[in-house]
Design a protein around this ligand. Structure first.
Ligand code: 13P
Length: 252
């Protein structure tokens, strides 16, 4: 009942010509895929070129961050209306790299979600624990606080437009994927927490992606888990062949 959603987070990679070359290859490789939401999240500077390239394709575009004001004296920031204007349908909010290096906090994540929804941008909200937190047995506590502080207070209609990405920080860029069981356990827990802050029925419809060293070899087992509805892919999304294999996980 939840349509799979697979997104490639390009992070700080790709010039315009590299980005255009990548989406050209990718478009051709996934053109036949109909039952999956496919998303690429390029850097701000290549959004426009990628958007043009994606016109008429089955691939949607996300930004990697957003600011909550719509315009004004906020040097270096980008607003929801600007992202909409350039063709974004989704926006990643609260990625652990933004939390770790740029002071992103649950409070600002909540503001960014609200501003994005007001512009009809679909937020992909990231949560996940650090290695020390997992080793100290605090995964549930950390994820619960993130889910509640980022997502409490949204209406049923708003909640239906939100995707969550569970990305254990220790699995990002390390080649150390969470096992399907480890990931499923947290995904089920996140869904349970959602049930406390929104209608139970809505929580059943929210899609939860897994992120952290997803590759063509581990995607199928992850997707077999009942509460894993997609993937947020970093490194493996920078090559058309690996990302398209992940998108086509069913045939793998
Ligand atoms: P990797 O797939 O490179 O581990 O990155 C995951 C990620 O952070 C996606 O947002």
């Amino acid at each position: 009942m939840r349509r799979p959603i697979i997104a490639g987070n390009w992070k700080m990679n790709m010039t315009v010509s590299e980005a255009v070359a990548l989406v050209r290859q990718l478009k051709a490789l996934v053109a036949s895929v109909r039952d999956i939401d496919i998303i690429v999240a390029p850097t701000f500077t290549v959004l426009q070129a990628v958007s043009r390239e994606l016109e008429g394709s089955n691939i949607e575009m996300a930004a990697q961050d957003v600011f909550w004001e719509s315009s004004g004296p906020y040097t270096g920031e980008i607003s929801p209306i600007m992202l909409k204007d350039v063709g974004c349908r989704y926006v990643i909010i609260g990625h652990s790299e933004r939390r770790q290096y740029f002071g992103e906090a649950n409070e600002s994540v909540q503001k960014k979600i609200r501003a994005s929804l007001a512009m009809k941008l679909y937020p992909i909200v990231c949560v996940g624990e650090a290695l020390e937190e997992r080793e100290a047995g605090k995964t549930s506590d950390v994820v619960k606080i993130q889910v509640i502080q980022c997502l409490e207070g949204f209406s049923r209609q708003e909640m239906e437009k939100i995707t969550i990405a569970y990305e254990p920080i220790w699995a990002i860029g390390t080649g150390k994927t969470a096992t399907p069981q480890q990931a499923e356990e947290v995904h089920a827990f996140i869904r349970e927490q959602l049930g406390h802050i929104t209608h139970r029925q809505v929580s059943q419809g929210v899609r939860i992606q897994y992120g952290g060293s997803v590759n063509p070899d581990n995607i199928s087992d992850l997707m077999l888990q009942p509460n894993i509805d997609g993937a947020l892919v970093g490194g493996a999304s920078l090559k058309a062949d690996s990302f398209s294999s992940i998108v086509k996980f069913k045939k793998a």
